[in-house]
Design a protein around this ligand. Sequence first.
Ligand code: MN
Length: 188
Amino acid sequence: MARELGSYERKRDFEKTPEPSGRSRRVRGGEQLPRFVIHQHSARRLHWDLRLEHDGALRSWALPKGMPEEPGENRFAAHTEDHPIEYLDFHGEIPTGNYGAGTMTIWDHGTYEPLKWEPRKVEVLLHGERLQARYALFAIDKEDPPKDWMIHRMDPPAEPDREPMPHRIVPMLARTGTLPAEDAGWAF
Ligand code: MN
C-alpha cells in the first residue's frame, strides 16, 4: 500500500499539535533495514502504538495492552492511520483538545526485518533496544483494509533485563466527560 497520510492530516491541526506534519519526505538508501518505533501513549486511555516503516510511511497499530510478552498470547491491535516517517522520532505532549491528546514517549525503537508482508498478515523480526523478537500481526475482521488485528509473539523472551510493560499504572487523573460508546470512538 502506498503512503496514505490523508487520514493522519485530517485528524490534526498542525498549528496546535507539536506532531510532525509529514510534509517533508526523507528517503533513505535501499540497503538499510526499515525502522520501527513503539510509542507509549498516555492518552485518554493508556495504550502503545506500534509503527513500522513501510512504503514511505509508518503503518500503525494501537495496542491497548501492549506487546505480548510470551508466545501463545494474542493481544488486540487496532489498525490506525499511517503516520509520517518523521513520527519515528516524535515524543512529547499533545495538548488537550487535539486528537490523541496526552503524553507520547518512545518505549522502544530500532530496525526490523519484514519476514512476511501481506494485506492480512505481517511478520517482523524486531531489532529494538528492549525487544529482540519475532511478532506476527494478523487481521481478524472482514474489512478491506482490515481494522481489527491481533498480535502474537513468535519466540520466547530472550532479553536478559527485560522489563514487563506496566499494566496497572494510572497515567493521569480522571477527568470528567462522557466516554465514547465503542472502540471506534477512542482517539488512538
Ligand atoms: Mn496512540
